[in-house]
Write a protein that binds this ligand. Sequence first.
Ligand code: F0G
Length: 352
Amino acid sequence: MYKGLINRYTDFLPVSENTPQLTLNEGNTPLLYLPTLSNEWGIELYVKLEGLNPTGSFKDRGMVMAVAKAKEEGSTAIICASTGNTSAAAAAYAARAGMKCIVIIPNGKIAYGKLAQAVMYGAHIISIDGNFDHALQMVRKISETEPITLVNSVNPYRIEGQKTAAFELCEQLEAAPDVLAIPVGNAGNITAYWKGFLEYNQAKGYSLPKMHGFQAEGAAPIVNNQKVENPETIATAIRIGNPASWKQAVNAINQSDGKIDSVSDDEILEAYKLIASKEGVFAEPGSCASIAGVYKHLQNGFIKRGSKVVAILTGNGLKDPDIAIQSNQIEPILLPNDQKIVSEHLQGVVTV
Ligand code: F0G
């Protein structure tokens, strides 16, 4: 039986016999081939469905490790800043471990599904009149003076847990891909994947992919090599102007001979709709920066036709139902409770 990441990758993780075997059965997510887009775009395109983790995002991988280590070290409370997914994961693993959880979020800028999760898992939620970068600054300060463990990705155990996605990917594909496309916000995940690929290259001889990271145009500090004071994007998950792992992300891109680039909100929304309507895959907008990025890099030649490409879909589409409804023309049509009228309506709509 699969028993979660700490159990599965013990040899590659900083665990001892004193580390609690904490798990919600995170990890082991599907790698799915996209036949329609592969065909249309002339590449071999796969997506890793990180939205199928227990709280619906990749954050569970890092959080299981960070919370287990906090518990091992005798901590009773954790704290994080979040654009939503980190807070959902932190709250869930704290509940599981019997610890307190405090989350600080930018007021009005987190998707409703994510807020619902933090509420349900029983976190203490503080909303500030500021953005993620302000919230992160705040929790870093608080954790210096209070007996509360910081579980943002500046906590090295988060990166350790998240690197396991690269291991899984190599095993599923029985090779490393040519290109890894990944959304970039606070830049912890791109850092973690690169660490994972390097470790599996050393330990098992897998090759190394080129790392292609994608930020939203209105929140693209690494691309423009300049902090963004007021980041703005529809993809609230990656609405970040001063990423904590900035240097590590640049390092991953340079070492792998990859690229960091930005995609517009329109391009993100187009990709968001495309993978849902053509492939049956529903991922949150922030995640779809990876797909939008693959398309852009095919146009400008940064990704070659025939390449084996894996795009990371970091979070579940159900996290943000508001965007799904707002960004589509499709709406339920209200008809009377009368089969004849419904059938008549369908005559003009469905041709079999
Ligand atoms: N995709 C999703 C769905 C995310 O929630 C995040 C980050 C990212 C991509 C970017 O990952 O920060 O490691 O570069 N969300 C954080 C949060 C900031 O608070 O949930 P990153």
